[in-house]
Design a protein around this ligand. Structure first.
Ligand code: URA
Length: 229
């Protein structure tokens, strides 16, 4: 059936439905805004809680980053992942594509994931901030405070066994700590029912390849933790 014919069929059925309903005094369609798609399939109700959260966050205007972003970068990967990575904030590439860790640091993160025999699509990747700070400046404390609630909801819905906090901002934010990442990394912490391992950010590794051996040690601990449960 062509799209026009399909559309006409839907309108005709709606008309017949309204005529019948009007006989019993009904004057409005009992459908909420945004529930009907062009194919006539009622949608919205079948979104998972994570998809519903994504749709809520995609129109967030709680801070000024909403004025400069191209789009919200909610997160990507398996909604039932055992392992979740949390970075700092989207960069330019991520802001353009709407996907976390797709730039050079992202390519390195993919290699790190594959080094422990996992695939990118089987883990979940998100950031503390869902919107790009202009010119990739550091996140402001107020932005972290506002956005962190979304990350915590994501973690509660995905329920990963292990969270890997990438870099100083993610580690210090999640652990409420001011310790440097070099002191925080390498140890598991309890966090919202998960084991949290801070490690160096892939962008840092691109500038300091000496850090790679420490990340490898941390990843092996993560692999053991995942296999132990
Ligand atoms: N750095 C981050 O912390 N997050 C991204 O998504 C990309 C780079």
């Amino acid at each position: 059936m062509s799209e026009n014919k399909e559309f006409k069929t839907i309108i005709d059925s709606l008309k017949r439905y309204m005529e019948l309903e009007s006989l019993s005094g009904q004057r409005e369609l009992p459908i909420q805004r945004g529930q009907v798609s062009i194919s006539g399939v009622v949608s919205g109700g079948d979104l998972s809680p994570l998809e519903r959260l994504k749709s809520e966050v995609s129109s967030c205007t709680k801070c000024n980053l909403s004025k400069t972003r191209s789009q919200v970068v909610f997160g990507a990967g398996s909604p039932v992942a055992d392992l979740m990575f949390v970075g700092e904030a989207p960069g330019m590439e991520e802001d353009l594509q709407g996907i976390p860790f797709v730039g050079r640091a992202g390519a390195l993160l993919t290699k790190i994931i594959e080094a422990i025999s996992l695939k990118r699509e089987n883990v979940y990747i998100a950031n503390v901030l869902k919107c790009r700070p202009p010119a990739n400046r550091n996140p402001l404390p107020a932005e972290i405070l506002i956005c962190e609630g979304y990350l915590i909801k994501q973690i509660e819905l995905i329920k990963p066994k292990v969270i890997c906090a990438l870099g100083k901002f993610a580690a210090q934010t999640l652990l409420r700590s001011e310790e440097p990442i070099s002191r925080l990394r390498g140890t598991f912490y309890d966090y919202h029912g998960a084991k949290l391992m801070p490690t160096f950010h892939p962008a840092y590794l691109l500038r300091n390849s000496a850090g790679k051996q420490f990340v490898w040690e941390d990843m092996k601990k993560i692999q053991r933790m995942l296999n132990s449960k």
